[in-house]
Ligand binder design. Structure first.
Ligand code: G3H
Ligand code: 13P
Ligand code: ZN
Length: 330
């Protein structure tokens, strides 16, 4: 059993309070490997942004849970070495059981998500409450979820959104004791958030996706004023990455994300955590494909993972400065 405090990590409590007051959102970036972690920390140190390092069950399986934990511990030291000790949260993304959340808390995570959104309402409450009781005894913060995002969430596929019902949030939040609430207002996971048929075209023929349901967000804010809200599925799917990937042998189709101005708008509300994974995957893949296609003699992984890491850092800096507004808040 190790407490996150011994590792130099922080929970989300203070960060969310400041983010709501300051009308910005904390970036929650997923990481599975060294280069992603280095890019996240380097970008957040350079822009002086607090950061949430997110680990999914898939990441734990891919990279090994113990290694990821030590990498997060290393991230805290790495930030100091780069010259600025930003607040770092180590967060379990989409925890699907009490046991998984407990495991993470016991090994030094400072925050966990228990995603009971696929269960019937009362089951979601019971599971979330159980996690909150254990987590709070260790000063670890908990994110719950109400409503289901369309798309793939870990191994669960939902064809349509089930938007969060504002009339449920007071009951859910008070009965579970969660510290933040992930909601469903039209975002979804992955790089294919909308079909072209759902979009309109602007004068230049660019596909414009349907707007997020800000009316639902506002209704939720009225029900639980000042309560921290989380947006999953918030990648913007930069078209330049999609084009580079396809130019150098990729075959991505109908890749459409959430427009940045909508995320900026969300960040200025009670939304204080914005989850981004897919954009990092696209940035990395675009950079790797370009090197491998243009320099076929290259076989040193540092020669393609290095440029991928540089591109990731650029992307994350853009997010903290221009989208989430978290730059300068650490
Ligand atoms: O919401 C899911 C995150 O993008 C993590 O994805 O489960 O493939 O690691 P993953
Ligand atoms: P994206 O797939 O839009 O990056 O969302 C990531 C996410 O919500 C992780 O929990
Ligand atoms: Zn998610």
């Amino acid at each position: 059993m190790v407490s996150y405090k011994e590792l130099g990590l922080v929970n989300t409590k203070e960060l969310f309070k400041k983010a709501i007051e300051g009308k910005y959102a904390i970036p929650a970036f997923n990481f599975n490997n060294l280069e992603q972690m280095q890019a996240i920390i380097a970008a957040c140190v350079e822009t002086k942004s607090p950061v949430i390092l997110q680990v999914s069950s898939g990441a734990r399986k891919y990279a090994n849970q113990t290694l990821l934990r030590y990498m997060a511990q290393g991230a805290v030291e790495y930030a100091k070495e780069l010259g600025y000790a930003i607040p770092v949260v180590l967060h379990l993304d989409h925890g699907d059981s009490f046991e998984l959340c407990k495991d993470c808390i016991d090994m030094g995570f400072s925050s966990v998500m228990i995603d009971g959104s696929h269960f019937p309402y009362e089951e979601n409450i019971a599971l979330t409450k159980k996690v909150v009781e254990y987590a709070h005894a260790h000063d670890v913060t908990v994110e719950g979820e109400l409503g289901v995002l369309a798309g793939v969430e870990d191994d669960v596929v939902a064809e349509h959104h089930t938007y969060t019902q504002p009339q449920e949030v007071v009951d859910f939040v008070t009965r579970t004791g969660v510290d933040s609430l992930a909601i469903s207002i039209g975002t979804s996971h992955g790089a294919n958030k909308f079909t072209p048929a759902q979009c309109t075209r602007d004068a230049n023929g660019v596909l414009i996706p349907p707007p997020l349901r800000f009316d639902i967000l506002e209704e939720i804010e009225k029900q639980i004023p000042g309560f921290p809200i989380v947006l999953h599925g918030s990648s913007s799917v930069p078209q330049e990455y999609v084009e580079t990937i396809n130019k150098f042998g990729g075959a991505l189709k109908d890749s459409i994300g959430i427009p940045e101005e909508q995320l900026r708008h969300a960040a200025s509300s009670a939304v204080c955590k914005i989850n981004i994974d897919s954009d990092g995957r696209l940035a990395m893949t675009a950079a790797v494909r370009e090197v491998l296609a243009t320099k076929p003699g290259e076989f040193d992984p540092r020669k393609y993972l290095g440029p991928a890491r540089d591109e990731l850092k650029k992307l994350y800096m853009h997010k903290t400065v221009n989208v989430l507004g978290s730059a300068g808040k650490a």
